[in-house]
Write a protein that binds this ligand. Structure first.
Ligand SMILES: C[S@@+](CC[C@H](N)C(=O)[O-])C[C@H]1O[C@@H](n2cnc3c(N)ncnc32)[C@H](O)[C@@H]1O
Length: 266
């Protein structure tokens, strides 16, 4: 399956910011408690984006882990490198396309992570085969992504606003099925963990900001729903009208993020 997916730096950072501002739970705490990364571990963060997880592990290990972040977006890597410099951290951010062979020898890493990224891989057997290959025996893979029940309110509002069928999301539609099964087949032991975060919007505006950061024109996933700038703005107006109705009815807008974490051992 070929998935054309390019995240823009601004959209990604806007969504991360909104999760932190309006969420009830902290995904960073959940991730650290689950993985407990240790100093001297060699860690590879695949699809690292602006480096969120890499910086998290760096802080948790007091800079003691040997961390490498890989992404195919130069724009996001530049952001990560700038922050790395600003923090005086020692994370190695490099180009990595997870649809191509990983540029590391076998049995290199203790931990390979991928947050909201690797499920876009075109060939799951190939990509998770590469993750397995570069992990040491006993090394762990951690992959997080949306579960099918993720953000139900977001999809319901869009459905009500458009009467359209929501395009299948490559993450949530494959996470519990194909992705879990592929990892389970390749690794010795596989577990599924769950994280829930209720985002309570005290007004409509930040919800619309979130919608824009998810639907903006350059994200190919949504293009079946609009054609060009004017249709995009008209779509946002309809979503805003429905969200306002829901808000007036309920006094708030609550969107629940439901995230799965697949933790596997080689
Ligand atoms: C939703 S972002 C998540 C970024 C980061 N892991 C985080 O949690 O903030 C998805 C990331 O996957 C990256 N990505 C998508 N396809 C990729 C590919 N083929 N190879 C490497 N990275 C890819 C995007 O550039 C983007 O940084």
């Amino acid at each position: 399956m070929e998935i054309n997916y390019q995240e823009t730096s601004k959209d990604l950072l806007t969504r991360i910011d909104i999760h932190e501002k309006y969420g009830s739970a902290n995904i960073d705490v959940w991730t650290n408690e689950l993985l407990k990364p240790q100093a001297r571990m060699k860690i590879l963060d695949v699809g690292c984006g602006a480096g969120k997880l890499s910086f998290l592990f760096n802080e948790y290990t007091n800079g003691g882990a040997d961390i490498m972040g890989g992404d195919f977006s130069e724009e996001l890597l530049d952001k990560a490198r700038a922050k790395n410099k600003q923090l005086g951290a020692n994370i190695d951010f490099q180009i990595l396309d997870f649809n191509k062979p990983f540029n590391f020898p076998d049995n290199t890493f203790d931990l390979c992570t991928s947050a909201f990224a690797i499920y876009y891989a075109s060939d799951l057997d190939f990509t998770f085969g590469e993750a397995h290959r570069v992990l040491k025996p006993g090394g762990r893979l951690f992959v997080s992504g949306p579960l099918p029940e993720n953000k139900q309110m977001f999809y319901e509002i869009i459905k009500e606003a458009t009467n359209a069928t929501i395009p299948p999301m490559p993450g949530s539609s494959r996470f519990k099925g194909d992705i879990f099964n592929t990892i389970d087949r390749l690794f010795a032991k596989t577990e599924l963990h769950k994280f829930e975060n209720h985002l309570t919007f005290p007004e409509v505006a930040p919800f619309i900001e979130y919608v824009r950061a998810s639907l903006s024109e350059d994200r190919k996933l949504w293009t079946s729903m609009f054609n060009g700038h004017d249709e995009y703005e008209a779509l946002i107006q309809s979503i805003q009208a429905v969200a306002t109705r829901w808000f007036e009815r309920d006094g708030k807008l609550v969107m629940t993020k439901v995230v799965g974490g697949i933790l596997a051992t080689k």
